[in-house]
Design a protein around this ligand. Sequence first.
Ligand code: DAH
Length: 339
Amino acid sequence: MIDTLKEHLVAVENFSSQSPEEIENFRIKYLGKKGLMNEFFAAFKTIPNEQKKEFGQVINQLKQAATEKVNVLKEALEDQQDTAGIYGDLTRPGQPLELGARHPISIVKNQIIDIFSRIGFNVSEGPEVEDDWHNFTALNLPEYHPARDMQDTFFIQTNPDILLRTHTSSVQVRYMENNKPPIRTISPGRVYRNEAISARSHCFFHQVEGLYVDKDVSFADLKQTLQYFTTEMFGKSKIRLRPSYFPFTEPSAEVDVYWGLETEADYRMTKGTGWLEIMGCGMVDPNVLKNCGIDPEEYSGFAFGMGIDRIAMLLHQITDIRLLSENDTRFLKQFKSAL
Ligand code: DAH
């Protein structure tokens, strides 16, 4: 009998639990009305007198140990609940980290940078608040030139010399002023035009400008570069150049890529022609080279400019340009990219 008690003593001392039910079951098992302690006390009466002293001591020890164990475990449990009040349940799984997605404009911009960097173009940038010289005059658009009306300009307050750039061609000028040929650079950035906002046009959007200046740069180099670009960007190598006019290039052209007419979306996007206009380009006008301190007798170059928003809309079949600046996460989280 005494051995059984001693075994229980060890079991009580070793018992541990954080579950309220287990602790309560433990309490009932030893200290409950029909628990072991009461059984042992009842058995005490039947013990021979000479053993009573030792037996009594062990029973009391066991009762004390069981009572103390229950108290200690319950207190620990309460402490835990107190901290739960401040920090919540510390054992629950953590909040999953939500990964953001890159903006479609950034995705397309990075793709374009990647494609041109493979053929030796670097990236250059210029200010969005620009002066008249870099945005217009140096680009062969002197004051009162009618082509200035092609782009409605936001001026900064009342100073007609300071404006929000209407195109990234201004970066061409800055780059040529500060670097000697050979020049191979692309300039991505945001541009602004005073236009009514609709599904098709916005008062700000994004462009990438390209510029290549060296000895003997020809129109054939331009065409080859554009063809490389459309193949890499769209997987389409059939392009056509339509004669056009830009003050800063001569000759000038608009570039169409043959998109095809395979799906209904192709018909819609190309208005049934299969062709999509993707950019403007041309040979840098000798006047522009001169304005930027480059001798047009020695050097020639080509330039091109394209709208990033437009390309992003084509590639992802986005039908309203305003979605690109509303920052609605339901729209944005549909885009994934490695670049
Ligand atoms: N700056 C023109 C625009 O905003 C785009 C452009 C056309 C840029 C022809 C060029 C170019 O460099 O050669 O519409």
